[in-house]
Design a protein around this ligand. Structure first.
Ligand code: IPE
Ligand code: IPE
Ligand code: MG
Length: 261
């Protein structure tokens, strides 16, 4: 059914953006950008198409944006692809998203690999089809030595579930005696998060017009700068990414302190 609707064409990674021509300062590119890729369904509906059409288009957009971000010097993109709450959706939509994910992980990995992108995942494996987990492991393994942009895909991810997962990991270590409660600090906690080893996002982008977090990276976005747009994810372009980064570059990040003038 998937092939009948969409065909099985693999698109090459399109588009590049040059930081020198984009009007950005090369010395202040956000190292880590987190993206809530929202609005796929509304985008499709606005065109009289089924919601799933928007998910297919959104998957293409991610490829374009990863390439553009890499060219701009961004080091990490964490992209929210499927939340722990998205299981509440109709089973037909969930099946479609899983099928799309499965194909994406097969068809796009070589392209990411050829572009030196390191693919990682964050989220729970619980409830995910086995074949997707296998493809996630394969993608991680194949791209693990790549030195370009890290694409961190949040699949079956929820911020609260992640925090609970971390708490359970820490509790187990206290129980087996390998950690004392007094030794718990932010660094121990972060070592138990799915994002272990990655710096916190500097910039959080949400498309689709809503101004909320929707259970994304609750711990990690403590001091992220936010940038939202009404544009739905399938219509998000490299030029909009540049716009978001330009906005980021105009901000003064204080982290609770004061800037010495
Ligand atoms: C985001 O787009 C993708 C997923 C949550 C899987 P939506 O599917 O939420 O699209 P809207 O927000 O309903 O338009
Ligand atoms: C957030 O979008 C999740 C993803 C983009 C994967 P949702 O569409 O699930 O968020 P809500 O329901 O509007 O808060
Ligand atoms: Mg949505």
């Amino acid at each position: 059914m998937f092939d009948q609707i969409f065909g099985n064409v693999i698109q090459p990674m399109p588009c590049t953006v040059d930081v020198d021509t984009a009007g950005l300062r090369a010395d202040n590119i956000p190292r880590h950008i987190a993206i809530i890729m929202d609005g796929n369904g509304r985008w499709a509906k606005a065109q009289g198409k089924v919601r799933t059409y928007g998910h297919k288009a959104g998957a293409e957009t991610l490829k374009t944006i990863v390439r553009a971000a890499n060219d701009l010097g961004v080091k990490i993109i964490t992209a929210y692809a499927f939340s722990t709450e998205n299981w509440k959706r109709p089973v037909t939509e969930i099946h479609f998203i899983m099928e799309l994910l499965s194909r994406y992980l097969t068809n796009e990995i070589q392209d990411f690999h050829d572009n030196n992108v390191q693919v990682r995942f964050m989220g729970s494996r619980e409830g995910l089809p086995g074949v997707i987990c296998q493809k996630m492991d394969y993608a991680t393994e194949v791209t693990k030595d790549n030195t370009g942009l890290i694409l961190n895909l949040a699949i079956n991810y929820g911020g609260r579930a992640e925090i609970l997962h971390a708490v359970k990991g820490i509790a187990a270590r206290i129980q087996d005696g390998s950690l004392s409660a007094d030794a718990i600090d932010a660094s121990v906690f972060e070592d138990n998060l799915y994002s272990r080893g990655l710096p916190d996002p500097d910039l959080l982008i949400r498309t689709g017009g809503d101004q909320r977090i929707s259970n994304f990276l609750l711990w990690q976005i403590a001091y992220a700068e936010m940038w939202t747009t009404k544009v739905c994810w399938p219509d998000f372009t490299p030029a909009m990414l540049v716009e978001a980064i330009a906005s980021f570059q105009k901000r003064e990040r204080r982290f609770g302190g004061l800037i010495q003038k």
